[in-house]
Write a protein that binds this ligand. Structure first.
Ligand code: 5AD
Ligand code: SF4
Length: 461
């Protein structure tokens, strides 16, 4: 074994993972820990004690890539210190920055030993072995999604009551601002049986809530279980199937595209009580001109009608969205149309960003790019409006009795932290032995980023 992956003094190998970006990256990082555990790796909180450091990166906006390079600079110091002490450190860059800029990372950061994209995680043990045999730097950015799902289907150890499960990966939509179709590849869905086995295993480990993940989760079209009346299941059918699992209490899914919100899924939202009344449905812009330039494939009006249709079957539905300001060609009128759409839809929460030019995407070479100052001004106005809506929504919960999943002990003794159906953080006084249960809580106060509640009832036995 090379110096690089020699176990540290205590005998066990230490792994430190830093994760940026979306929930899919959080999930993938958990999976990498699971894959490396049989090889003798245990998780280290600090990079300076780690034999292997993995940076799981995000490429969606440019700041993320810059953060990776500064993290690599800091890691280089730890690596040198360890080398001086007779240990080494293997540095790996994973995720979408690795996929998009693999060769550049190798050239710009010679301290990096391994670079691999999101479709290569299942090959991690093999890559580590290669690095240990010291066969030089390794760059692995092939697309092998199906195989990845097969290998990564092994259950992991879970430390909470809510877990993510990837059901779909990749994107065929090619929005003109977005790198995902290039870094994550084409849309691929996992078979229903594989997902169901993973969810059952999570429930056996105590999980009560799962969030089904996919870059385009509602484009899900996975192989149906044997004996099913159709060959494949869409997301609606998958949700109904998973809802039959005893012990699983809550289901969520993210992120959806308005174009893939089919009638069966809308029906499932209306009927399936385990599905939480909270939907992340990005629209990006409220201007038809910009939506067209973004290649979103729908108009603002289509989105508003869609929201009405979903609210008609689930009146308690809370909406969340993503917005981009300052896309090329966005004039004052286009921006005002986005503000008008936000006023009309009324969001419970939202993410909003300044447009970031991603190399290789059509948006990057469009004329009429918007100045940074204009982007900043618009983002501020938009976020002020979204924040007001969020605070109003939170205030509207005061006085209501909500089912809260108790997740962890609070900072104050006797207090417990939980989540509402709308993903709000809720703090209340409750015995710690109720953690992991869903209890009825009367919401009594709204704070700026959380709610306070009173325990109304313990769960039925
Ligand atoms: N610039 C700004 N925001 C972007 N997003 C994706 N690509 C870009 C970009 N180039 C945002 C979109 C998407 C979310 C995950 O990130 O709003 O829905
Ligand atoms: Fe990116 Fe558009 Fe695909 Fe979402 S739907 S991942 S924004 S290309």
């Amino acid at each position: 074994m090379s110096e690089k992956l020699k176990p540290s003094a205590e005998g066990r190998k230490k792994l430190h993972i830093q994760t940026w970006g979306c929930q899919m990256n959080v999930y993938d990082s958990q999976r990498m820990v699971g894959l490396l555990r049989p090889l003798g790796y245990e998780v280290a909180d600090n990079p300076d004690e780690a034999d292997l450091v993995i940076l799981n990166t995000c490429h969606i906006r440019e700041k993320a890539a810059e953060k990776v390079y500064s993290a690599l600079g800091r890691l280089n110091k730890h690596k040198k210190a360890r080398q001086q002490a007779g240990n080494d450190m293997c540095i790996a860059v994973a995720g979408c920055v690795a996929q998009a800029e693999g060769a550049e990372i190798m050239a710009r950061a010679p301290q990096v030993d391994l670079v691999f994209g999101p479709q290569s995680y299942h090959k991690l043990p093999e890559m580590i072995a290669k690095a240990a045999r010291q066969t030089g730097d390794i760059l692995e950015t092939e697309f092998d999604v199906v195989e990845k799902f097969d290998v990564l289907a092994t259950p992991r150890n879970i430390d909470g009551y809510a877990a993510f499960v990837t059901i779909q990966e990749g994107c065929d939509k090619f929005c003109t601002f977005c790198v995902v179709p290039y870094t994550r590849g084409a849309e691929v869905s996992r078979p229903v049986d594989q997902i169901s086995a993973e969810v059952r295993s999570l429930v056996m480990q105590g999980v009560r809530e799962v969030t089904l993940l996919g870059q385009n989760v509602n484009a899900y079209q996975g192989a149906a279980p044997s004996g099913a009346p159709t060959e494949s299941f869409g997301l609606g059918a998958l949700i109904r199937h998973l809802a039959k699992i005893d012990g699983l209490e809550r289901i969520r899914f993210t992120t959806s595209h308005p174009r893939d919100m089919d009638d069966d899924l809308i029906a499932a939202i209306g009927e399936e009580k385990k599905l939480m009344p909270y939907l992340h449905l990005p629209v990006q812009s409220g201007s038809d001109k910009i939506l067209k330039a973004m290649n979103r494939g729908h108009r603002a009006e289509d989105y508003v009608r869609l929201v009405e249709k979903i609210r008609a079957v689930r009146p308690d539905l809370a909406l969340s969205g993503d917005f981009i300001v300052g896309f090329p060609g966005e004039d004052e009128q286009a921006f005002e149309e986005t503000m008008a759409l936000i006023r009309e839809v009324d969001y419970a929460s939202a993410f909003s960003f300044k447009y970031s030019r991603r190399p290789g995407t059509p948006g990057a070479s469009m004329t009429k790019q918007i100045s940074e100052t204009e982007k900043s001004d618009r983002l501020q106005a938009l976020q002020t409006l979204l924040e007001t809506q969020k605070q109003n929504f939170n205030a509207s919960c005061v006085g209501k009795v909500l089912p809260i999943l108790l997740e962890s002990p609070g900072r104050v003794a006797g207090q417990v932290n939980g989540r509402s159906p709308y993903l709000q953080a809720v703090h209340l006084e409750a015995p710690e032995n109720l953690i992991g249960e869903i209890v009825s809580v009367r919401i009594i106060e709204k704070k700026s980023n959380s709610l306070t509640g009173l325990l109304k009832s313990s769960p039925s036995p």
